[in-house]
Structures are given as C-alpha cells and as structure tokens.
Design a protein. Sequence first.
Length: 324
Amino acid sequence: MDLSVIIVNWNSADYLRTCLTSLYRTTAGIDYEVLVVDNFSHDGCEEIIREEFPTVHLIEAKENLGFARANNLGYGHSSGEILLFLNPDTEIIGDSILRMVAYLRTHPSVGALGARLLNSDGSLQTSCVQAFPTICNQVLDFDLLRQLFPTWKPWGMRALFARPGQSVEVDAISGACFMVKRSVFEEAGRFGEEYFMYADDLDLSYKIRKAGHTIVYLNDCQVIHHGGKSSANQADYFADVLQRESLAQFFRTTKGSLYSGAYRAALSGIALIRLALVICIMPFAGVRLRGKAPGSVFRKWSRILRWAVGFENWPRTAGTRVGS
C-alpha cells in the first residue's frame, strides 16, 4: 500500500463529504486507502460514508478521543508506507497529494512534509508552517508585528515567500495536512497523546526533527483548509485557553516544567497588558478589535489570565479540532 489517508471527524459531516470527494477526484494512479476515525459524533457521517464512500474504512470511537489519540488509532488500522493526516475541512487542489507522495519517495532525508494551505477565500493560511514556539515568540505574537515583519525568524514563515515550485526546510507543519513516512512516524513515537488538541503537530514535528529527519514545505502543492469549524462550537473561549494550555504542555515536554511555568508567567503579563488596552478602548462607541467587540475580547483575555495564574483549569473534553 502506497498511502494511507487518515481523517479524524467530529461533527463535521458536510465538510467530510467535500473532503472525501476532492480526495477521490484528485488521487489516482497510486495504491491508497482512506480511514475515517469518527470521534463519537452525532452528525450522520456513518450514513454518508456507507452510502457515498463505501470503500472508506470507518472506525467509530466509543468516546471523543481527541485529535492525537484518534489519529494514532487510525494509524493502527492502516497499512500504507506513507501516512497523510488530513483534517475533514480540507479540499485537495489538483494533483497535490500525488506530488507530495512522489517527493517523499525520492528524498530519503525528508521525513515529513506539508502543503500550502489556503483559506476558504483563497488567501494564504500562514499557520501552515511554524517556528517551534518559545517564550519570546509567543510574547511578541501580535498581528501588527507579523504584518510589518512577516519574514522575521521568530515567526518561521520565511518559507511562505519562497519562489513557486521551491521546497523549503521548516521547523513544523500544520496537522491539517501532515504527510509523513510510516517508518519516521513510528520512530518519532507517533502523536503525543498527552495533547487533546492543539500543539500535537508541533510535538510530532519536534520529535521527527530530533530523530534526525528533515521537514519540508512544498509551496506548489495546495490544499484549501476551511479551518476551526468544530472548535467554533466549543464552550466560551475553550479553544483560546486550550491552545495555550497545549503550548504549556509542549514546553513542559521539550524544555521542562520551569520553562513551562515561565511561559505561564509571561502570558499572565501579556494578558494584563491586553486587558488594560481593552479597558482604555471600551469608552469609545463602535470601536472593534479584529472585528470583535471589546467586551468579547475582554472576556477572552480574562479567561486566559485566570488559567495562566492557576485560578481556572479547563477539562480536556468537548470536541476535537477540525482546524487550528
């Protein structure tokens, strides 16, 4: 078997149908299988698969396993020499998957690679490549700084500005479209199941590079990633807090508890600064921050602050990610 495509679904049946349609339309000429792990959804995806995609291997979890555990479960049922972990809210453009497979086969030093991810409107999704997080790049992570200095090393986005058709080595790629050699995935120890969702792709990328393999971004292979559709249905600010909790776990795993604690302390300071700025803006009627009302932004950063100082612990439940 050349390729195993593993898709984790959580209440995303309509996106899953579109994803599978694009996958079967664009992936021909290789021996591949498609496995869908349903994370205890109630969206009718089993009927869609049975009636419209009978060759798909459906694995129905008895509980919501989260992103990492569900992908590992799918891997356990797969047989391909190359694995593609694909989000259900993606659409394959052209022969991108075929070219990604061909690249991995012809480059022995490359362990994993990612594609150029596009938003629903066709614009570039800059999160398709990342630098490994540090306290420094997290503290400086403001939209204005990213817009003014997009190629600054802390962001890890220089690869996005490479010439068309160029492959570029990167730190980490997005879990929305993560292709990896089976042997490398096994050597790296699979997805870290200490992550419920978020940062699992960073962790896997880190382990692959630590094992001595290169990770590459192919900017001429394109995939539409609608992004974040399941997490949008979470309890208030669940995703905002869990993203940061997952980063704290990543720091704990890769740099130790002291560094992870320093990250939480730094985040507390950032949250206080943001809250102060929002309070200053609130008296001005009609002002919005990135399209959101100041009150909503205030509540978000209040929750993040409560988590950062240890006043609030968030359960690792609810839904698995569709998109980061």
